[in-house]
Design a protein around this ligand. Structure first.
Ligand SMILES: [Zn+2]
Ligand SMILES: [Zn+2]
Length: 268
C-alpha cells in the first residue's frame, strides 16, 4: 500500500511542480531565465512528470496571459464566476487551450512570444500514442502492489493530473479563501501553506503582484515551489535576474507592472 500511495503522491508533487515552475512561472511569466540546455532539460521533465496530461508551454502561456488580463470578466478563459458550473468552466478552459495551442484561435498580439518551444518533443508529448503509453505505465504499480481493487479508482487522477491541478487552482483559487489585496478581480488565497499545489493557490497575491516569484506575501504564508526554485538558482540551474518582492500590506517600490498593466514583453 505504501508503494502505491507513494507513487500517487510523487506523481502529484512532481507534476504540479513542473506546472508551476516551468509552465507558469517560466513559460507564461518569464520570472527567471535558463540556458537553452537547461530549458530543454526542464521541458523534458515537464513531459516526463505530466506524462499523459502533458500541457504544451505555448498553449498554457497564451491561456494564462489571457486569464491575467481578463481575470473574472467575461473574457477570462476560466473564471468560476462567469461559468455555469465546474464542468462548464473546465470544458471552456480545455476548448480555449486546444484552440490557442493548435492555432485555430488567434490571441491578441500582446500575448504572443517569450515561451519555450521544442517542436519534436511537443509532437511526442501531444501524440495519443505517448498519452496511452503513460496511462498504461501508471497501472503497473497498481497491478503489482495495490492490496485492494479500490486503489484502482486513483488511476483517473494519474491520467488527467495536469488538467486536474489546473481545475483545482482555477476554481478554488478564485472562490474559496481570504484576500490580502483588493484588486479588481475575485481571486483568493485558499491555504496558508499550499502543500496541495505548491504555491498556485495564492491566487490573490499572484494577481496583485503578477511578476513576483514568491507567491506568498505575509510572513506566515508558505509557497513551497518558491524555495525549490531559489535552491535551483543557488545551484546555478536557473538565473533569477532581479527578484521582485511583495510585502504585505504596502506595495514595494521595485515591482514590475503585472500582466494587468502591461504586455508580457514588458513584464520580462
Ligand atoms: Zn487566477
Ligand atoms: Zn500567473
Amino acid at each position: 500500500m505504501a508503494i502505491v500511495l507513494g507513487f500517487f503522491v510523487a506523481h502529484w508533487v512532481l507534476s504540479v511542480f513542473m506546472q508551476t515552475f516551468f509552465l507558469h512561472r517560466y513559460a507564461a511569466h518569464r520570472m527567471f531565465t535558463m540556458s537553452p540546455r537547461a530549458e530543454k532539460v526542464a521541458h523534458f521533465f515537464t513531459l516526463l512528470f505530466q506524462g499523459s496530461s502533458y500541457l504544451n508551454p505555448r498553449g498554457y502561456a497564451l491561456l494564462h496571459r489571457e486569464h491575467h488580463a481578463f481575470s473574472d470578466t467575461d473574457r477570462d478563459p476560466h473564471s468560476p464566476h462567469t461559468s455555469k458550473g465546474f464542468i462548464d468552466m473546465n470544458v471552456r478552459t480545455a476548448t480555449r487551450y486546444a484552440g490557442l495551442w493548435r492555432g485555430t484561435i488567434q490571441p491578441e498580439p500582446r500575448f504572443l512570444g517569450g515561451y519555450p518551444t521544442w517542436p519534436s518533443l511537443e509532437r511526442v508529448g501531444d501524440s495519443w500514442l505517448t498519452r496511452l503509453a503513460f496511462r498504461a505505465a501508471y497501472t503497473v504499480p497498481y497491478f503489482l502492489f495495490a492490496p485492494h481493487w479500490a486503489f484502482f479508482l486513483l488511476l483517473p487522477f494519474h491520467w488527467f493530473m495536469g488538467p486536474l491541478h489546473g481545475a483545482i487552482v482555477n476554481w478554488c483559487g478564485h472562490k474559496y479563501g481570504y484576500r490580502n489585496f483588493e484588486n479588481d478581480d475575485r481571486s483568493k488565497n485558499t491555504l496558508f501553506f499550499d502543500f496541495v499545489t505548491l504555491g498556485e493557490l495564492f491566487q490573490n497575491n499572484h494577481h496583485r503582484f503578477g511578476q513576483s516569484l514568491n507567491f506568498a506575501a505575509r510572513a506566515w504564508e508558505v509557497d513551497p515551489a518558491y524555495w525549490v526554485i531559489r535552491a535551483l538558482a543557488a545551484m546555478g540551474a536557473i538565473k533569477i535576474e532581479k527578484e521582485q518582492v511583495m510585502r504585505f500590506p504596502d506595495r514595494p517600490r521595485h515591482v514590475a507592472p503585472d500582466l494587468h498593466d502591461a504586455s508580457p514583453a514588458d513584464a520580462e
